[in-house]
Design a binder for this molecule. Structure first.
Ligand code: PMP
Length: 421
């Protein structure tokens, strides 16, 4: 159960209190983007109204206050995910953060970045391993890196439900593997990856681990230092924060050795007309003017989540996911993707409706005030493997209630009959 009574907590989210198409809004699309509580909206506005200034520059009072608040947000986010502040670099979203790592490895592979960067170099014939369930954000940057370096992109295949195991990973990872990149929680199946085992597997062959934490950081306790992954990425907008901001985590020593692919102002120490020296992490990955008010809003968001209690959020979502899964299982003609009943599933269920295109199902639900995601959810290879072009996905967050799930289930039961099936 949540620490604050649920009804009280829901009232913190102004957007949720509205009618859509004549029905009370049932927002079941938080895996795509989450809504923001008033304290997060207020934190950003208050900063803009009272302290907005260029950070890390200038000697005036506002600039000093802005810098302090900006760096305070970094510390809050670091604490929230079990990291040190200098292991957290601001990026424009999780996609950007994953690109930063892949691009940096590309830079190192071209012999740039000095002695420290050599450990990252990928050579022809080396292997980069991902899973068949990845979001495009954790697939295409690796395809590009492979194409640029002559490395081979291999993948851990999924089964007919979109799932894979540590044994499947062991069958793919070899002595040639240099990078093992995977989602902590799949945004389509809701499967939770066996992170400690994967970190051990990667370490046994000297490969780097890159964790896509987009669907875990907002929803479950995360201790990145304890997990031991080398890099991780997540987006602010999925964790009650703003768009335009992502987070790159890297182990301090690795982040300081990684060469930046984006260069310019604010990330240097000494610049001549011929060359430049770069600041240590995280500034070396923060070229140019940063998303300051967004970082401050994310600081407020993680404060809100910590106050709600992340273990309680997870428990709440597990209960709602079970209710979703059981209810959908009882509706004829639906094919549910992902873990079976009784297996761990994050707070989302994606499914196919026999004979009805996902977009038609989505429109049917929208007409009843129910917001879900339809499409391939940026995971085309996974959908292709499952024999689907699209699916419908309902996802929950701390502000959803059993009533939301029940309203959705009642409407979902009407989809096929509506289309004469
Ligand atoms: N990975 C996963 C698992 C996701 O769910 C998402 C967002 N759908 C992303 C990466 C990309 O996040 P963003 O679009 O915020 O960069």
């Amino acid at each position: 159960s949540l620490t604050a009574p649920l009804a009280e907590l829901r009232a913190d989210f102004p957007l949720l209190d509205q009618n859509v198409n004549g029905h009370p809004l049932v927002y079941l699309d938080s895996a795509a983007t989450a809504q923001r509580p008033q304290v997060v909206l207020d934190a950003e506005l208050e900063y803009l109204e009272k302290r907005n200034a260029a950070v890390h520059r200038g000697a005036h009072t506002l600039a000093a206050e802005a810098t302090e608040e900006f760096e305070g947000a970094r510390e809050a986010v670091a604490r929230f995910v079990g990291a040190r502040a200098d292991e957290i670099a601001w990026q424009s979203n999780a996609t950007d953060a994953l690109n930063t790592v892949a691009l940096a490895i590309g830079v190192a592979s071209r012999g740039r970045g000095g002695e420290a960067a050599r450990r990252f170099a990928v050579r022809p014939g080396d292997e980069i391993v991902v899973t068949e369930a990845e979001h495009h954000a954790n697939l295409i940057p690796w395809q590009e890196l492979a194409a640029q370096t002559g490395a081979v992109l291999r993948y851990i295949p999924v089964d007919d439900n979109g799932l894979w195991t540590i044994d499947d990973a062991r069958a793919v990872v070899t002595e040639k593997t240099r990078v093992l990149a995977f989602a902590h929680v799949s945004n389509v199946t809701g499967m939770v990856a066996p992170v400690p085992e994967l970190v051990e597997l990667a370490a046994s062959v000297g490969a780097l681990t890159v964790l896509d934490a987009c669907q875990s950081a907002p929803h479950r306790p995360l201790d990145l230092n304890a997990l031991g992954v080398d890099f991780a990425a997540f987006s602010a907008h999925k964790m009650l924060g703003p768009t335009g901001l992502g987070v790159l985590y890297g182990k301090r020593e690795l982040l300081n050795a990684l060469p930046p692919a984006r260069t310019g102002g604010s990330m240097i120490t000494t610049v001549t007309m011929e060359r430049a020296e770069f600041l240590p992490a995280p500034q070396r990955f923060e070229a140019g003017t940063q998303p300051v008010s967004q970082a401050i809003a994310l600081g407020a968001a993680v404060g809100y989540l910590a106050d709600a209690g992340v273990p309680a959020v997870l428990e709440h979502e597990h209960a709602l996911a079970a209710r979703l899964y059981e209810g959908l299982s009882e509706i004829p003609g639906l094919r549910l993707i992902g873990p079976a009943a009784g297996e761990e599933r994050a707070g989302l269920v994606a499914f196919d409706v026999a004979g009805v295109h996902a977009h038609d199902a989505g429109q049917f639900l929208d007409a009843r005030g129910i917001a879900v995601r339809v499409g391939h959810h940026c995971a085309q290879p996974l959908h292709r493997r499952l024999g689907l072009t699209a699916s419908v996905r309902a996802s929950v967050y701390l502000y959803n209630t059993a009533d939301d799930v029940d309203a959705f289930l009642e409407a979902a039961a009407g989809i096929r009959p509506y289309f004469g099936l």
